[in-house]
Design a protein around this ligand. Structure first.
Ligand code: ADE
Length: 232
């Protein structure tokens, strides 16, 4: 029996999904409220993790241990790292890595977690394909891309920082939770996908663009998630 864990870092990333679901129970754990119930006929747990990698990792572990979720979807907004990917477009993860992990002095690649033997965490291909198809269905006017998500505990709003994420990590977009969700899901053998709508360009213009576009971007992303869970 499938049970989908849906994580957004901020309230605006999960509020439309919570409004649409039938809530059976709300469980508080680690300062997070886990909404257990049914969305579009599917068993779901919807939760606002809070911002950043630690919140996101803790959230996944609770979804696994307390709720036995079978799949994890991360919905939210991100900054674009690619000139072709504009505000309002959607990026679906192929894989995810950290841009703020650095043990290069010991010969590791930038972003590689020492002694883990890996740098990237690969998203579930069938979840990613379902997200693509659902996006075309519910948001036909929105451009959708498949690519790498790069995460770190940093809101990127500086062109030189952005350039490094492009040149060193070949990221499509950047945000602050996806890779922690990817890592924690991978460690627990739970298929995951990260779906992010672009709210800004991760450079100096983000200061103005982010507050202007975050709400619509988050809502478009949530709409896609509500559709795709029916197909899992
Ligand atoms: N989320 C949305 N935009 C972002 C940015 N520029 N950096 C980090 N996280 C983001």
């Amino acid at each position: 029996m499938k049970k989908i864990g849906i994580i957004g870092a901020m309230e605006l990333e999960v509020e439309t999904l919570k409004e649409k679901m039938n809530v059976n129970n709300i469980v508080k754990k680690a300062s997070m409220d886990f909404y257990e119930g049914c969305l579009n006929g599917v068993d779901v747990i919807i939760v606002r993790s809070g911002i950043g990698k630690v919140n996101a990792g803790i959230c996944v572990q609770i979804l696994v241990d307390l709720f036995q979720v079978t799949h994890i979807i991360n919905t939210g907004v991100a900054g674009s790292l690619n000139a072709k990917i504009d505000i309002g477009d959607i990026v679906i993860s192929t894989d995810a890595l950290y841009h703020d992990v650095d043990a290069t002095i010991f010969g590791y690649q930038p972003g590689e977690i020492p002694q883990m033997g890996r740098r990237e965490f690969t998203a579930d291909e069938s979840l990613a394909a379902l997200a693509q198809a659902s996006c075309r269905e519910v948001n036909p006017d929105i451009h959708v891309f498949s690519g790498r998500i790069v995460s770190g505990d940093q809101f990127v709003s500086d062109k030189s920082v952005k350039d490094r994420l492009v040149n060193v990590f070949e990221g499509f977009c950047t945000e602050m939770e996806g890779t922690a969700i990817a890592q924690a899901s991978t460690l627990n053998n739970i298929p995951f996908v990260i779906i992010r709508a672009i709210s800004d360009k991760a450079d100096e213009s983000a200061e103005v663009d982010y507050p202007t576009f975050e709400r619509k971007a988050a809502a478009d992303c949530a709409k896609l998630v509500a559709r795709m869970i029916q197909k899992i």
